[in-house]
Ligand binder design. Structure first.
Ligand code: XIL
Length: 362
């Protein structure tokens, strides 16, 4: 009697617990995903992803519930595709292409011409051979992914960090001052359907350095367009920094996006995340500052008709690159993305949701 009473109480408890869990997970899976929300505004939401992340079923599930587009975090970079000269590594590229195809996700190409994550053997080559190697790299990768990649970050981070014209890179030195025009022509020839982008960071704020960088980018665009060089859009990386208090205004950003639109260009936010490395205090304080920054930024960009897609650099704090690249002084892990390391929604996600729902559609 007593024993079965215990069992009965236990199974009642188990049933109640199961019901609560079911309700909870129903609530969670019933949430409208980010991409679904973005579509209501004529946009798509995407996320960067590594091939390693494809091995994590919980992360893949979160991804599929929230994105309509993926960007390979590292797999398409030259150091990954040709670590030894002439030895092409297509495995990771093909895995991501298959994943995108299987789940009907858009795929961004990232990135062809950059001064980082280059294979070591390149620097030893004489300049003319190196130029030919770049052309071969662009042509090969774009042809391999033809039809699967809708937009390519052909050139990554070409503007000088201080805004003094073009950044002095191996490619400027190899191909000369018009290297951007040259590689854009190569890219157009390799995959005529793909949209060709220039992608850069530090274009979102209101400080003098940002304004100088914008000016330098607009000058570059004007000179390319005068010479009828193919260029379809500009990517704003949007690696943002949450301020210690208050929220950054992004006052001048809508005007800048309009300048891009007036030049006939598309706009994408390509690598969105919000670092909390300068915010002290509790997790709640840090999360509030991060969420406020997402809100202010999205409010500034969402009403721009040229905006096509917003891609965050990962979806959960488990994936962030920031702890390696810009660690916090107190050694704590950062909380820059909409979901935490356990893939639970954070204030940032609620704020992103609310801002998209409130956004003006044109
Ligand atoms: C980062 C990746 O997230 C890291 O895993 C890698 O170690 C370095 O590169 N701007 C870019 C991205 O255009 O390609 C960078 O990605 C982040 C900054």
């Amino acid at each position: 009697m007593q024993v079965s009473g215990v069992i009965a109480r236990r199974s009642l408890l188990t049933a109640a617990l199961a019901m609560v869990l079911a309700l909870f997970s129903f609530g969670a899976s019933n949430r409208v995903g980010l991409d679904q929300l973005a579509r209501r505004r004529g946009l798509r939401w995407g996320a960067a992803i590594s091939v390693e992340a494809l091995e994590q079923p919980d992360l893949v599930q979160l991804l599929l519930a929230n994105v309509g587009s993926i960007t390979p975090e590292n797999a398409f970079k030259w150091a990954a595709t040709e670590p030894r000269q002439g030895q092409l590594e297509w495995k990771a590229v093909d895995q991501l292409m298959q994943f995108a195809r299987r789940h009907q996700l858009q795929l961004r190409g990232h990135t062809l011409v950059w001064h980082e994550q280059l294979p070591g053997w390149l620097t030893a080559l004489p300049a003319d051979v190196r130029a030919q190697a770049l052309k071969a790299h662009i042509t090969r990768l774009m042809q391999h992914t033809r039809g699967a990649v809708s937009s390519w970050d052909v050139i990554n981070e070409p503007i000088d960090p201080e805004g003094k014209g073009l950044r002095d890179t191996i490619w400027l030195q190899t191909l000369g001052a018009d290297y951007i025009g040259t590689v854009l022509q190569w890219a157009r020839a390799a995959d005529p359907q793909a949209r060709l982008f220039i992608n850069d960071y530090g274009l979102e704020g209101d400080d003098p350095q940002t304004l100088r960088k914008r000016r330098a980018l607009l000058d570059l665009i004007d000179s390319l367009q005068r010479r009828q060089v193919p260029l379809d859009g500009i990517g704003l990386q949007a690696h943002l920094l949450a301020p210690p208090e208050g929220s950054p205004p992004f006052t001048t950003l809508p005007g800048f996006l309009k300048q891009l639109r007036q030049r006939g260009l598309l706009v994408e936010v390509t690598e969105l995340d919000v670092s909390d490395r300068e915010v002290n205090g509790t997790i709640a304080t840090r999360d509030r500052q991060v969420a406020a920054t997402y809100q202010a930024f999205l409010q500034a960009v969402l009403s721009e008709p040229a905006l096509q897609r917003i891609t965050s650099w990962g979806l959960s704090d488990r994936q962030t690159w920031l702890n390696r690249a810009f660690p916090r002084r107190d050694g704590q892990p950062q909380r820059p993305l909409p979901f935490d390391t356990r893939l639970q929604p954070k204030l940032a996600l609620h704020q992103i949701d609310a801002t998209i729902r409130r956004a003006r559609s044109w």
